[in-house]
Write a protein that binds this ligand. Sequence first.
Ligand code: UDP
Ligand code: MG
Length: 148
Amino acid sequence: MEQTFIMIKPDGVQRGLVGEIISRFEKKGFYLKAMKLITVERAFAEKHYEDLSSKPFFAGLVEYIISGPVVAMVWEGKNVVLTGRKIIGATNPAESAPGTIRGDYAIMVGRNIIHGSDAVESARKEIALWFPEGVSEWQSSAHSWIYE
Ligand code: UDP
Ligand code: MG
């Protein structure tokens, strides 16, 4: 089944939104396959966002991501990459619909509280970067109540 990489950014942790965010993915029916609270080094943040290195906001983005602990997670489920992006909402919270995480809890694009992989291939790369130790293989006993 498909997996995605989700990260609660330092502002989401500082603002006490960890439980709320995890709850949304959990209640949807996605399975939590890995999770850790970690403060990353500058070089690691630059690697995670390497595709954006030429953007004018890159330096500020890296400062933001290394400014405190983040919660790194792997979530699994059918279409979890695309559906995860919908649960998160548009990049700029000014354009994120109410009911999405960013739409409900954020105001500024540079303080948008959460990251989610944008494609299956980037999810694979991000999971390998953040969880070189691998992820859990557990299976939910609720599976047949979520999938027909
Ligand atoms: N970002 C920013 N200013 C911008 C665009 C993006 O500070 O004009 C930050 C924002 O935190 C965003 C991150 O850079 O979440 C990565 O940008 P991307 O376009 O990949 O957005 P995302 O995939 O996070 O929605
Ligand atoms: Mg992105």
